[in-house]
Design a protein around this ligand. Structure first.
Ligand SMILES: NC(=O)c1ccc[n+]([C@@H]2O[C@H](COP(=O)([O-])OP(=O)(O)OC[C@H]3O[C@@H](n4cnc5c(N)ncnc54)[C@H](OP(=O)(O)O)[C@@H]3O)[C@@H](O)[C@H]2O)c1
Length: 257
């Protein structure tokens, strides 16, 4: 069995645990989140993934701070990621400070630009209206992200849902290079990336972390490599012919779809 390291080194010098606990779906209540986080910490998860738009920062923050108070975990031993929402791109520092307040943390380990789109303040609908789009200037957003690192509010910064073309453009002007661009579970690990299974169910949280204890066969790899690739989260709602920087789905993903 191929041994897979449980952490990877980022270009920022920080280490990222390879399995993250996803929180994109809201828990039924705070108790469910607290139980799920306590189980996750017990079985070995050290990386927690949230985003401003998921609405789970406060519940995750409460669950983590209870775990810190009870001595189940220490802040420095866990890796917390959050993502900036597209209507907050005018001021990444303020957006991150709000996330930190929600999460009851003094710093994040990783802060990401969630989507390469710029929306009017207060817009949260997944399919924004034409008037909700603002001109997109990724360079100026990235300057704000860099400031977040300089102020010690986050250890690393990165992107999510960026095509490799957009990442290439970003690298041409970044003073601080993105450390992460946020895949299937074991397959993803064997490709050398970190993965984020989401479950609030104790058995499945445990089962998902046992991914280090088994491996895919050559035959499995061959079958997976032949599966047609399809992006599940395509976000057609971000396309319009007038105000969006993306007139077609191919534009949004730079043909990488
Ligand atoms: N950057 C981005 O734009 C982006 C986009 C998508 C996702 N993400 C991150 O990735 C995480 C995962 O997202 P996803 O879309 O892959 O997950 P998902 O579809 O939101 O949730 C996974 C589903 O599978 C179930 N499940 C989990 N483990 C299972 C198991 N071992 N057997 C059977 N069912 C199982 C969970 O239910 P139970 O809870 O009942 O177990 C849940 O309903 C998110 O929470 C988020 O943190 C980021």
């Amino acid at each position: 069995m191929e041994i897979i390291e449980r952490v990877s080194q980022l270009n920022s010098g920080m280490k990222i645990p390879r399995i993250g606990f996803g929180t994109a779906a809201s828990p039924q209540n705070i108790i469910q989140m607290k139980q799920a986080v306590a189980t996750a910490l017990k079985v070995g998860y050290k990386h927690f993934d949230t985003a401003s738009i998921y609405g789970t920062e406060p519940a995750l923050g409460e669950a983590l701070s209870e775990a810190f108070r009870n001595g189940i975990a220490k802040r420095d031993d866990v890796f917390v990621t959050s993502k900036m929402y597209a209507a907050d791109h005018d001021d990444p520092v303020s957006a991150l400070k709000t996330s930190l307040k929600n999460l009851q943390l003094e710093y994040l380990d990783l802060y990401l630009i969630h989507w390469p789109i710029n929306l009017r303040k207060g817009v949260s609908h997944p399919s924004p209206k034409e008037e909700d789009f603002l001109p997109l200037d990724i360079e100026s957003i990235w300057r704000g992200m860099e400031q977040c690192v300089e102020l010690g509010l986050t250890k690393s910064i990165g992107v999510s849902n960026f095509s490799s073309k957009k990442i290439g453009d970003l690298l041409s002007y970044a003073k601080i290079s993105p450390a992460v661009s946020q895949v299937l579970l074991r397959w993803g690990l064997e490709q050398g990336v970190s993965v984020l299974p989401k479950s609030y169910n104790s058995c499945r949280i445990t089962e998902n972390y046992q991914v280090f204890e088994w491996s895919l066969t050559e035959e499995d790899h061959e079958k997976i490599s032949k599966l047609p690739q399809k992006k599940i989260v395509r976000r057609e709602g971000l396309i319009n012919s007038t105000t969006s920087p993306y007139k077609t789905i191919q534009d949004l993903w730079d043909g990488e779809i």
